[in-house]
Write a protein that binds this ligand. Structure first.
Ligand code: ADP
Ligand code: MG
Length: 352
C-alpha cells in the first residue's frame, strides 16, 4: 500500500487532521472526530495577537472593528498566511490533545494545490504544536477511504470532493491516484456568485455570510420541483438604507451556474483522461460525491445528467476526509503488524 509507506508504529493518542479551506476537523485514534470548526482565525493586524479561532472567529467575519481581522488562511486552497495557519493548527491540536506530555503522531490532510514548501510548513506547525511526527495524506485519497471506496483494489473509483475553496476530482486504483484534477472553485465561489447576483439584479449589498445562508436554503445545481423563496436583508445600493427583498430558487440556480459548470468541467475532464479499463469500472460503480458543496440541492442529479453515469452522495460528506485520514491511522497498524508477522514467518521458515 503506497499511501501508508511512511507511516510507522502509531500509538494510542495519535490524531488525524482534515485541514480544509472552510472547516478543520480533528480525529483522535480510538475516539473518532473530536473537533469540527471553521478554518478561521481572528488576528490583531497591528500586534499579530490571535483573538479567536474557529467558530468564534467565523462569527467575526465581516464584523470586525479597526485593527482586528478575521482571516481564512487556506481560503483558495493555498496557504495564504503561513503564520496564521500554524497558529490555527497549533490551537486545534492543543485543544484536542489531552495529555500534553505525550507527543502524538499526526496525519494531516491538505488540499492538493498546496505546494511542497507549504506542506513542510504544515509539518513544522504540527511539530511545534507538540507532535512527535507529522505525515501528510492526499485529500482525494483520504476522502475515498472515508467514503469506504475499495481504494486498494485493482478497480477504478472516482471521487469528487467539493469543498469551500477547492474542488478535487480523482480516480483511484491499487492504492494510488491515477488521474486527478484540482480547481480553485467550490462553495466560496458560489457564495460570491450570490453576492454578485444581489448586487447586479437587485442593487442590494449583502455579506458573504448571508450569501452562504441563501445558498444553503434555496440554492441548487438543477431545477427544483417547485420554486422556493426566501426573504433577505441587505443594504440598498441606491439609497444606502437597509432593505428586505424576496429571492427565488430559480434566479439563484442561474446565479450559481458559473461555479457549478466549472466543477462539471473538471469532472468531465478527469473522465476524459481516465484510462478505458478504469472508466469502465466507474461506469459500473459510479461516481462518489463528497465535501460540503456536494450537499447543494440537485448536485447528484446534475452530475448524473452531465456524465450519464451513476452518481451517489456519500453518507457523511463533511466528515469523510477526517474519517479517512483517521482510518489510515488505524489501518496502518494492521498492515504494519501483518508485514511484521510475515517477516517473522519467513525467518521461522528459513530456520527449519
Ligand atoms: P473544506 O473541505 O474545503 O473545508 P467542506 O467540505 O467543509 O470544505 O465544505 C464547505 C463548503 O460546503 C462551504 O462552502 C459551505 O457553504 C458548503 N456547504 C455546506 N453545507 C452545504 C449545503 N447543505 N448546501 C450547499 N453547500 C453547503
Ligand atoms: Mg475538504
Amino acid at each position: 500500500m503506497g499511501i501508508f509507506n511512511n507511516l510507522t508504529g502509531f500509538g494510542g493518542r495519535d490524531m488525524a487532521v482534515d485541514l480544509g479551506t472552510a472547516n478543520t476537523l480533528v480525529y483522535v485514534r480510538g475516539r473518532g472526530i473530536v473537533l469540527s470548526e471553521p478554518s478561521v482565525v481572528a488576528v490583531d493586524s497591528v500586534t499579530g495577537e490571535v483573538h479567536a479561532v474557529g467558530v468564534d472567529a467565523k462569527r467575526m467575519l465581516g464584523r470586525t472593528p479597526g485593527t482586528i481581522q478575521a482571516i481564512r488562511p487556506l481560503k483558495d486552497g493555498v496557504i495564504a498566511d503561513f503564520d496564521v495557519t500554524e497558529e490555527m493548527l497549533r490551537h486545534f491540536i492543543q485543544r484536542t490533545h489531552q495529555n500534553r506530555f505525550a507527543h502524538p503522531r499526526v496525519v494531516v490532510c491538505v488540499p492538493s494545490g498546496v505546494t511542497g514548501v507549504e506542506k513542510r510548513a504544515v509539518e513544522e506547525a504540527c511539530l511545534s504544536a507538540g507532535a512527535r511526527q507529522a505525515y501528510l495524506i492526499e485529500e482525494p485519497m483520504a476522502a475515498a477511504i472515508g467514503c469506504g471506496l475499495p481504494v486498494a483494489d485493482p478497480t477504478g473509483s472516482l471521487i469528487l470532493d467539493i469543498g469551500g475553496g477547492t474542488s478535487e476530482v480523482a480516480v483511484i486504483s491499487l492504492g494510488g491516484i491515477v488521474v486527478s484534477e484540482s480547481i480553485r472553485v467550490g462553495g466560496d465561489e458560489m457564495d460570491e456568485a450570490v453576492v454578485n447576483h444581489c448586487k447586479h439584479e437587485h442593487k442590494l449589498a449583502i455579506g458573504l455570510g448571508t450569501a452562504e445562508e441563501i445558498k444553503l436554503e434555496i440554492g441548487s445545481a438543477a431545477p427544483l420541483p417547485e420554486t422556493i423563496r426566501t426573504e433577505i436583508r441587505g443594504r440598498d445600493l441606491v439609497t444606502g438604507l437597509p432593505k428586505t427583498i424576496m429571492l427565488g430558487s430559480d434566479e439563484i440556480r442561474v446565479a450559481l451556474e458559473e461555479p457549478v459548470s466549472q466543477i462539471v468541467a473538471a469532472l468531465k475532464d478527469t473522465l476524459d483522461r481516465t484510462p478505458p479499463e478504469l472508466a469502465g469500472d466507474i461506469m459500473d460503480r459510479g461516481i462518489t460525491l463528497a465535501g460540503g458543496g456536494a450537499l447543494l440541492h440537485g448536485m447528484e442529479q446534475r452530475m448524473r445528467e452531465e456524465t450519464q453515469m451513476p452518481c451517489q452522495l456519500t453518507e457523511s460528506p463533511l466528515t469523510c476526509v477526517a474519517v479517512g485520514s483517521g482510518r489510515s491511522l488505524e489501518e496502518f497498524e494492521v498492515i504494519h503488524r501483518m508485514s511484521r508477522n510475515s517477516h517473522r514467518r519467513r525467518r521461522v521458515g528459513a530456520a527449519v
